[in-house]
Design a protein around this ligand. Structure first.
Ligand code: ATP
Ligand code: MG
Length: 286
């Protein structure tokens, strides 16, 4: 029988779309018809399980799924017998403590002896211990934000990205205790055959991720500006420079970092570059 690797992804929620997009960008095609719980790729030995994110660590720990894509918060909270093998850079959020807006807050010691509601008892427990604070933790699985309003807790510990959910529930964020993003997790001790497939998959993910942080840039420049332009363009390799028919002018092409983008463009213009074109890069393989 052909070896294949089985990956568990969130069926519906904040991780699903980006997880599936990443897999497709790796050239792995599959059909996830509405309501399907399982699918198989047509062009890569990979099978998909579509699950609730909370269930994924258990499936991966048992080896029912070889891989899974989940939030790091869930990976660490329920991380028994699974390995985090790659950070994926999407679904960024943080786990934070919040208290009712009207409560005066002077520091974590204020929560000593208090009650905190959360879906993350392990992460919260670890943080409180590190801080030397003893509080009682109420584990609830959802709608944590309402706990203070109904007298269940003095504070909550929940996932925040913009803070708007907290605000609309009359809460304010007072401590950020864990930073999270989507990660790939794996069953420890995959067979050599599966490990080889995983390496192939990770190689493709690297190429996709690398390309995301880069832009391809093209411009025309007078020859006397080329030295300055070369100086402005960062990167390991020198830019490609091709003479134009129009004498005294050249076409310059290079790859730049998304992060330095605007500074580089400005410097290039100041150096004398014209007709600057910028395009996304789909894959980058070294
Ligand atoms: P499920 O039905 O699969 O159990 P869920 O409601 O538990 O879904 P989601 O809200 O879809 O989970 O969140 C999944 C993961 O996405 C979280 O564990 C966290 O890592 C991340 N996440 C949660 N909220 C946000 C947010 N506001 N912005 C970005 N990422 C988030
Ligand atoms: Mg969930």
């Amino acid at each position: 029988m052909e070896t294949y690797i089985r990956i568990a992804v969130q069926k519906k929620g904040r991780l699903s779309e980006d997880s599936l997009r990443l897999i497709r960008e790796c050239g792995i095609r599959f059909n996830n018809g509405k309501g399907a719980l399982k699918a198989k790729s047509e062009d890569f030995p990979m099978e998909f399980l579509f699950l609730r994110d909370d269930d994924i660590p258990g499936y991966v720990a048992d080896g029912v799924a070889d891989l899974g894509i989940i939030g790091e918060n869930v990976a660490v909270e329920k991380g028994k017998n699974i390995e985090v093998i790659k950070e994926l850079g999407f679904s960024k959020c943080r786990l934070s403590l919040a208290v009712p807006r009207e409560v005066e807050y002077n520091g974590i010691k204020d929560l000593d002896g208090g009650h905190i509601a959360t879906s993350y008892p392990v992460l919260l427990g670890k943080y409180l211990k590190e801080q030397g604070v003893s509080a009682s933790i109420h584990e609830i699985s959802g709608s944590v934000e309402i706990a203070p309003g109904i007298g269940l807790a003095d504070a909550v510990c929940d996932i925040v990205s913009t803070g708007s959910t907290l605000l609309s529930n009359g809460l304010k964020e007072v401590e950020s205790i864990f930073k999270s993003q989507a990660v790939m997790v794996a069953t420890p001790g995959l067979s050599a055959e599966k490990k080889a497939l995983l390496d192939k998959f990770l190689f493709r993910i690297d190429a996709v991720q690398r390309a995301k942080r880069k832009k391809y840039i093209m411009m025309n420049a007078p020859d006397n500006a080329l030295d300055e332009i070369e100086r402005v363009l960062p990167g390991a390799k020198s830019p490609t420079i091709t003479p134009l028919k129009n004498k005294g002018w050249s076409s310059v092409q290079a790859v730049i970092n998304e992060d330095d983008f605007w500074e580089v463009i400005e410097a290039l213009k100041n150096a004398g570059a014209e007709d600057i074109l910028v395009t996304p890069i789909e894959k980058m393989v070294f």
